[in-house]
Design a binder for this molecule. Sequence first.
Ligand SMILES: Cc1ncc(COP(=O)(O)O)c(C=O)c1O
Length: 483
Amino acid sequence: MITVDRKAPKALHRQIYDAYRTTIVDGRLRPGQRLPSSRILASELSISRFPVLNAYNQLLAEGYFESRVGAGTIVSRSLPDQPIASAATGAKRASALSGPRPVSRRSSILPPFERATWLQGWGAFGVGQVACDQFPLQIWSYLVARRSRNMDAKSFHYGESTGSMVLRETIASYLRTARALHCEAEQVAIVSGSQQALEISARLLLDPGSAVWMEEPGYSLARDVFVLTGCHLVPVPVDNEGLDVAAGIKRHRKARAAFVTPSHQFPLGVTMSASRRFQLLDWAQNTGSWIIEDDYDSEYRYESLPIPSLQGLDASARVLYIGTFSKVLFPSLRLGYVVVPLDLVDRFLSIRRAMDIGPPTFFQDVLADFISEGHFARHVRRMRVLYRERRSVLADCISNELGSRVEVLGGEAGMHLTVALPNGSRDVEIAKNAARQNLWIWPLSPSYLGKVSRPGFILGFGSTAVVDIPPAVRKLHRLLGAK
Ligand SMILES: Cc1ncc(COP(=O)(O)O)c(C=O)c1O
C-alpha cells in the first residue's frame, strides 16, 4: 500500500509517514493490524532504512503505531475501530457512486442477500447442524497431521478438475454398494458440496428459459441456482409418494429437467415410492429430459434399510446424482460429488474448469484416508444410533406436548423432521420469535414457490442432545401459544 517517489520534492520519510497516516485515518489499516518491519519495508521500497525508521518513530510518537514485544509494530489498538475519517470518506464514496455502475441483469434476479433470523444461531433444532461433539476429531486431526507431514512438490501443484482419483474410486465403490448406483470412478466428479454440483449441472443442462420441475415445497437453495440460470421453474406438488409426476406432466410435459430428493424429500421427508420412480424415469426417457437427484442425507435411515438411489434404476443414463459430506461428516468440509452420465463427463469438466479449475486437494486426500481406513463407516454407524435416539425422543416429546395440534412428517430418515401447522399459521413470524429464544426452527413457508399449502416448521435434531429436547419442545409449545 505504501509507495514512494524518489524524484518528488517531499522527503522520503514524510512520504512514508503521510501514506501510513492516510491509510489508518480512512480505515484501510485497522487497529491491531501488523505492519512490516522497517527493514522489510525499506527493502521492498528499495531505499535505505533511515527514512523508514524516521517515519515509524514519528507514527509511534503520535500514537498511530504501537510497538509490541515479540509481535513487531502494529497499528495502535487504542485507535477507534471505525475509520477515523468515516464521515469524510463516506461523503467521498457517495460521490464516487454517482456515475453509471452497470451490473448484470442476473445479479438482481435474486433478492438482496439477507440472513434469515432462523439461519443465524447455534442452538436447539438448527437445520443442517450435525453432532460436532461426536465427530472423531482426534482421528481426523491425526490424518490431517499425517498428510501435512508427507506433503511433497506434487501436493502444491494444481489438482485434477475431476478431483483426486483415489477419492473418486473410493466414492464410486461406496456408492455401488451402499446406494446401488451404476457408476465408475471416471463418472464421479468431486465438488465443493451439493451447491456447486447444482451450479455446474445447471450450466451443463439448462438454458435461459428452460423449464425445470421443482418439488413443491422444495429446497430453496436449489431453486436459487435455477433462477439464476434464467430457468422457468415449474412447481410440482409433493404428496405422500413424493413428486406427483402426473401433475408435472400436466403442468409442463416438456420440461428440460426435474430436481428431486427421492430418498428423503426436502423438506417434507417423504420417500418417493417405487411406482413414482418408474414414472419419473419413463417421463425423462420419453421427453428427453434430465433428472437431478439430490441424495443429501440418505445414509441415515431409521425404520428400514437405506432406499436405493433413483440413479440405480435408470436404464437410459438420464440421472445426474448428487451427494455430499455435509450431513454425514460436517458442512464446513465443503466436499460433495456428482455422478455424471458418461457422455456428459467432458462437458461437465470443461464447465467446472472454467469455474474454479478444480477442488482443493488437501482435504480430499484426508477424506480418502478417513474412508479407506474404516473411520467413515464406523462414524456413520455410531451416528445412526445417536440420531435415531434423538429423533424418537423429539417425536415423542412433540406428540406429548403438542398432541393433535400439529402433524409430524418424515422422521424416517436424515437429521430433521417436519411439523405441519394448521392452515393460516404464521410460521415465519413464529420462527423469528423462536430465534430470539435460541430455538432455530425453519419455517416451511419459504420452501414454497407458489401458494403455501401447509405452514409449519423444519426441526433439525442433529445437534440437539437428548436432554435438551424436552425443554426445547416446551419452549416451542409456549411460542405456538399453549392452550
Ligand atoms: C436438500 C439439501 N440438499 C443438499 C444439502 C447440502 O448442501 P451442501 O452439500 O452444499 O452443504 C442440504 C443441506 O441442508 C439440503 O437440505
